[in-house]
Design a protein around this ligand. Structure first.
Ligand SMILES: Nc1ncnc2c1ncn2[C@@H]1O[C@H](COP(=O)(O)OP(=O)(O)OP(=O)(O)O)[C@@H](O)[C@H]1O
Length: 610
């Protein structure tokens, strides 16, 4: 058989049912598409009017350009009118019958097998043909800018591949698109519904949009203006317009690039609360002032979805699938541009007003940390302006902090050890022990901190980060000097045996020589064990399908006088009671004593002081 070549053709008869079916969830898009086309038509006219030939045309007055949306509940029609460039018969044949139609055909060809892929379709600018999602018949009455009143054209189509085109008269230049609303779409014949859709998609279109005698849009939204003309009040007022219920933002960035991609916008830094998801997904994406979506997850790095505001770019492809979007060159460039701008802004605030920056740290810290964990490039930049805060409320950059602790908190291997408290109240005893040794203690108490710690350890050279209760103050920073033990080895073994009789089963006992003024018993949870546990808990329902028990180390301070007293006590019951009391005190200092154990402790304590 000889090789045969040819093109696969789409059966165009199928287009309308498919458009309807696939676009189901997003039917309201038709209005955005028609209004956007109308705005385009007026802008084309504006463009044209600057050419010298324009004066000679039939409709030489530009006049006040605008778009009107109207509906008639009785007649069941929605009409979108503009006084833009208009179309003559040839234009309709070319742009509506052929191009728009082939666009629709291409759409069907591409997505006929995609199972219910609404995300793709919702952004597929089907333009004019999306009118058929809600209409049983569509009419176009148009008078091109160059046409006389009686040279206007009338086109109509009932959602099949045949159409009618004839001459008509029209007093004004421009186009009316008349939708005869289908029975199943009569919900759109309501004022509030149409107003709602216009508010969503047309609020910032560049040409006045009129609905029920009122202009519903702001044609010159803030992001299209030059930053030099704008005051802080303008930015705050615009924020209120976007988020009427929102608390004032902390600061903002005005984006403006022409090359290698076009992008404008304003990004606001909200006060990010611990509850990250509440701040997320508030950025609105526009394309030439037409609202597209508020799902920008695939367009900006995840941590930037915490920001609020507007991004406007005609260079973000909207008619492709979301996963494809992330691989798109422009999207990548836009994403790294925004990341850089955000980092630059933070750096600038840090440099120009350190005090103000530190005051805001509690609000922006979460955002910066989230960025450092999830975005390598941001992490690199953020190392210069990220702060750590110690228990006294003082802030330091990473470099400043390393310098501060270098003398006293470098361990025997030359590593700088950062100590932190995850709960200042609970870990108070540990904090004071560390402070007695002149150690500084940081506060890292948010969920995100534990992830950040791992990230920083991987990133910062020669730094080890330890939670304050992961060891006794004596050992937490391993140094060469060793305290001499007061107890002999044999006595140490005896002490160990006494405590092993009373401690909770999975706790291990260790006798150490610590300064005499340290607690007789301290409970520690090794950094390793704790991280394992945290990982098991966060790693999707538990690594072993259960919560790992806390395996505390019970550190007995052999040099504390009470331990000697316990050893010297001959009556075994009293000896165990004393040991129990010392052990309970260590539990109590960490808020771990509860229930029956707590009651026995209280009773025993009363007996001791009676
Ligand atoms: N109101 C109008 N006035 C003048 N020309 C119009 C109008 N509406 C549509 N057109 C013409 O019909 C063409 C096809 O419109 P359609 O909306 O299908 O596609 P598009 O606007 O080019 O692209 P998209 O698919 O992104 O919307 C337009 O490019 C334009 O030339």
């Amino acid at each position: 058989m000889s090789v045969e070549q040819g093109n696969l053709s789409v059966n165009t008869e199928n287009i309308f049912p498919i458009i309807k079916k696939f676009l189901y969830s997003d039917h309201e898009i038709f209005l955005r598409e028609l209004v956007a086309n109308a705005v385009d038509a007026t802008q084309k006219l504006k463009h044209l009017s600057s050419s010298s030939d324009f004066d000679k045309t039939a409709t030489s007055e530009v006049g006040e350009l605008k778009v009107k949306v109207a509906f008639d509940k009785e007649a069941k029609t929605i009409t979108v009118s503009d006084n833009g460039i208009g179309m003559n018969a040839d234009d309709i044949k070319k742009y509506i019958n052929q191009i728009a139609f082939s666009g629709a055909a291409e759409f069907v060809e591409k997505y006929k097998d995609a199972p219910n892929n609404k995300q793709i379709i919702g952004h597929f600018g089907l333009g004019f043909y999306s009118a058929f999602m809600v209409s049983s018949k569509v009419e176009i009455i148009s008078r091109a800018f160059s046409a006389k009143e009686e040279e206007a054209v009338h086109w109509e189509c009932e959602g099949s591949t045949s159409f009618e085109l004839e001459a008509t008269t029209k007093a004004e230049r421009g186009t009316d698109i008349i939708l005869h609303v289908a029975e199943d779409s009569e919900e759109f014949l309501e004022s509030f519904r149409l107003k709602g859709i216009l508010d969503k998609y047309a609020k910032f279109l560049p040409i006045p949009i009129e609905f029920e005698g009122e202009q519903i849009n702001d044609p010159n939204p803030l992001w299209t203006k030059s930053p030099s003309e704008l005051t802080d009040e303008d930015y705050l007022a615009f924020y209120k317009k976007l988020y009427p219920m929102g608390e004032d933002p902390l600061f903002w960035i005005h984006l403006n690039v022409d090359y290698p991609f076009e992008l404008t916008g304003i990004l606001y830094f909200p006060k990010v609360k611990q509850e990250l998801t509440a701040s997320k997904d508030k950025i609105q994406l526009y394309s030439r002032q037409v609202f597209i979506t508020d799902e920008v997850k695939e367009i900006v790095p995840e941590f930037l979805t915490l920001l609020h505001g507007v991004i406007d770019s005609p260079d973000i492809p909207l008619n492709v699938s979301r996963s494809y979007l992330q691989a798109d060159g422009n999207v990548k460039r836009i994403s790294s541009y925004i990341t850089k701008k955000v980092a630059d802004k933070l750096q600038e605030l840090f440099k120009n007003d350190r005090e103000g920056y530190e005051k805001k740290w509690d609000d922006i810290g979460l955002f910066v940390k989230f960025g450092m964990i999830t975005d390598e490039k941001f992490l690199e930049k953020a190392e210069k302006f990220a702060l750590v805060k110690n228990v006294d409320g003082k802030c330091f950059t990473f470099d400043e902090y390393n310098e501060k602790i270098a003398a006293n908190q470098t361990d025997k291997d030359g590593k700088k050890v950062w100590l932190y408290a995850a709960d200042v109240q609970k870990q108070h005893t540990f904090i004071s022990s560390a402070q007695k040794r002149g150690y500084d203690v940081l506060v890292m108490d948010s969920m995100i901190d534990s992830h950040l710690i791992q990230r920083l350890e991987g990133k910062l050279e020669n730094v080890s980060i330890r939670r304050i209760d992961s060891d006794t103050a004596d050992k937490i920073i391993a140094k060469d000097e060793v305290l001499e033990a007061v107890l002999s080895e044999a006595d140490q073994t005896k002490v160990k045996e006494i405590f092993e009789k009373i401690v909770t089963a999975n706790h291990t006992v260790e006798v150490q020589a610590m300064p005499t003024d340290e607690m007789p018993v301290t409970l520690t949870l090794s950094e390793f064990m704790r991280r394992m546990k945290e990982m098991a808990m966060s790693g999707g329902g538990g690594m072993y399908g259960m919560d790992l028990p806390d395996q505390y180390n019970v550190i007995v301070n052999g040099n504390n006088a009470l331990i000697q007293k316990i050893l010297d006590t001959t009556d075994e019951a009293t000896q165990l009671q004393l040991a129990q009391q010392a052990y309970d005190l260590s539990l109590l200092s960490q808020n771990l004593l509860e229930g029956k154990a707590l009651s026995s402790f209280v009773e025993r304590s009363l007996n001791f002081i009676k």
